[in-house]
Design a protein around this ligand. Structure first.
Ligand code: PMT
Length: 402
């Protein structure tokens, strides 16, 4: 199977000694029938000759920001031409420039202009890679949904051993093939997960048993299908799944709402899996409340986050809710589907006597939409998350939004 057939890949080469791997990378890209254009930085030309790269790769090589061709401004033309920009090897310098939005040579200017996905394959000395500044820059890029592939750990050309080497061409090709075969590529999805804590005083709170496992499993699956995930999580004891996942930790429902609204622009799908507390304490005490025979706590209603998302008039995403009930499971879920104006709802039974569901590795879900329903029967949450994402994609397509 020729999985990169006609994919237009702009390969940005910067000045790392790992540039010797580039010939093999280009050979593999061409074998997979990708169309490759190359942009070199000044430093990379010190390490590999432009002409030999052009002859050996049989690809057009660009390096001049002021080069124009029949009034085509090259950085704009190339930025629009590319399906994907692959920076390999990517030095600490080009990473810093992109993080800052600098545009002082052809490659950085293309990166600032392009709407295409940018993938960075770092290559540098391990101290340089681990430096606070480089890590800070990488974090900035990840938050912009730029993918960072690698680096790998090992003995480096400079003699050091550590994290900083460019991934091998084989691995890069495998990842590219996977990237292009991902149905949710360029999709932005917000997933809320876990419980919220509504503080009574500095040491006490109201919450639920939600562990975040269901939401985190969905985040993992959706990221592996290529989506850019914003995972907004209440207090849970889980590490962020691998993949393109930006995690935002929140405590209370109000914080969760703020995080959702701050990130809701340009989202394709919103999945509200969090067990958001319906109420918060109206008279939060900043000091620990002393023990009394009777303690009266006033509760006020929290905002309904998913309803606010559903009611967006501009750029409303496809909205998937969850429904946790102990009786009339499907009936109550269908009511919420309508009242909260959702596209799809996943109903689950949270009765205490069950060995699955909240704070457990297993679950069972009824998916309910406008004119249909289906059961995803008892299974591990990771498996259910896969089945659920498949159904979300199908339903999303049917709603003509995909
Ligand atoms: O975290 P786990 O241990 O893995 O457990 C998973 C789960 C049981 C928490 C999950 O499967 C689930 O059902 N999550 C939703 C729980 C819930 O709050 O259901 P609800 O019926 O109260 O709310 C309906 C929908 O409105 C949900 O999408 C919820 O996120 C949303 N909501 C609720 C209240 C509120 N103030 N704002 C909201 O957005």
């Amino acid at each position: 199977m020729i999985n990169l057939l006609k994919k237009r890949i702009l390969l940005g080469i910067s000045g790392s000694i790992a540039v010797y791997k580039i010939f093999e990378l280009i050979r593999c890209l061409k074998k997979k029938q990708a169309i490759v254009r190359i942009v070199m930085t000044r430093a990379s030309k010190k390490l590999v000759n432009k002409l030999s790269l052009q002859i050996l790769s049989n690809c057009r090589v660009f390096d001049d920001i002021f080069y124009t061709n029949n009034s085509n401004i090259m950085h704009i033309k190339l930025a629009k031409w590319a399906d994907l920009i692959l920076l390999a090897p990517a030095t600490a310098n080009i990473i810093a420039k992109i993080a800052l939005g600098l545009a002082d040579d052809l490659l950085s200017t293309i990166c600032l202009t392009t709407q295409a996905k940018i993938i960075i394959v770092p290559s540098m000395n391990n101290y340089m890679y681990r430096s606070v500044v480089t890590q800070h820059n990488i974090k900035i890029l990840r938050n912009r949904n730029i993918l960072i592939w690698g680096p790998s750990f090992g003995r480096q050309i400079c003699g050091d051993t550590g994290l900083g080497s460019m991934l091998s061409p084989n691995i890069i090709i495998k990842k590219l093939v996977q990237y292009f075969s991902t149905p949710l590529k360029n999709f932005n999805i917000i997933i809320t997960a876990g419980p919220t804590h509504e503080l009574i005083d500095p040491v006490r709170f109201i919450s639920s048993y939600s562990s975040g496992k269901m939401g985190f499993s969905i985040a993992y699956v959706a990221a592996s299908l290529g989506a850019n995930i914003t995972l907004i999580s209440g207090p849970v004891n889980l590490s962020t799944p691998p993949g393109n996942i930006k995690r935002i930790n929140v405590i209370s429902a109000l914080e969760m709402k703020q995080a959702v609204m701050n990130n809701i622009n340009n989202q394709n799908i919103f999945i509200g899996c969090a067990a958001v507390s319906d109420y918060r304490i109206s008279n939060f005490s900043s000091n620990k409340i002393a023990k009394k025979d009777n303690l009266i706590i006033n509760l006020i209603k929290n905002p309904d986050i998913i309803l606010e998302v559903s009611q967006l008039t501009k750029n409303r995403p496809y909205v998937v809710g969850f429904s946790a009930e102990t009786n009339f499971i499907k009936e109550n879920a269908r009511k919420k589907l309508i009242e909260k104006k959702l596209n799809l709802i996943c109903a689950n039974n949270v009765s205490k006597n069950r060995f699955y569901n909240m704070n457990n590795n297993y679950n069972e879900l009824y998916l309910i939409w406008n004119n249909g329903e289906m059961l995803l029967s008892l299974n591990k949450k990771q498996v259910l998350a896969k089945q659920l994402m498949k159904q979300i994609i199908i339903r999303y397509e049917k709603d003509n939004k995909y």
